[in-house]
Design a protein around this ligand. Structure first.
Ligand code: ZN
Length: 134
C-alpha cells in the first residue's frame, strides 16, 4: 500500500490505482474500476495531505488491536479527490474536527513477538498548518 519511507512519521505517498479509461482513482488498489469496470488500472502515488471529511472516536479496546482508546478513526479527503479511512495519531481525540488538515504518515504501531516493528499508515495533524479550532 506504500513504499517504506526512510524515516517514520514523515508524509508518505500511498499507492492507489487510477483507471486508464475513466480517470477515477482508488485506494486501496483495485484490479477493476468500480466506476466503469475497466481493467486498465495503473498504479499512482497519492497525495500525502488532505482534510478530515468525517470521523468517529473509538472508546473501547478492540480485540487484537494495538491502539489504546480513545483514538479517532478519520475519513480523509486527499488533495485531488481520493479518500481513505485510517486511525489518527498524535492528537487530542476530543479536539479533532471535520476540515482539519492532516498528513498521511507511516507510523510504528508495535513490536511483535519476534521483535519486528509493525508499521501502518495513519493520519496525523499536518505540520506547520494552523488547525481551525486551536
Ligand atoms: Zn473507470
Amino acid at each position: 500500500m506504500f513504499r517504506m519511507p526512510e524515516e517514520l512519521d514523515t508524509p508518505v505517498h500511498l499507492l492507489g490505482a487510477r483507471c486508464g479509461a475513466c480517470g477515477e482513482t482508488f485506494f486501496p488498489r483495485r484490479t477493476f474500476c468500480a466506476n466503469c469496470s475497466s481493467d486498465q488500472m495503473n498504479e499512482v502515488e497519492l497525495p500525502s495531505h488532505g482534510i478530515i471529511s468525517t470521523y468517529t472516536i473509538v472508546r473501547q479496546q478492540l480485540p487484537g488491536s494495538a491502539m489504546v482508546p480513545p483514538y479517532p478513526i478519520v475519513r480523509v479527503a486527499l488533495e485531488g479527490g481520493t479518500s481513505l479511512q485510517t486511525v489518527m495519531v498524535d492528537c487530542d481525540p476530543e479536539k479533532v474536527r471535520i476540515g482539519d488538515p492532516v498528513a498521511i504518515v507511516v507510523h510504528r504501531i508495535k513490536d511483535d513477538e519476534a521483535g519486528n516493528t509493525v508499521v501502518s499508515f495513519v493520519a496525523r495533524p499536518a505540520d506547520g498548518r494552523t488547525l481551525s479550532h486551536v
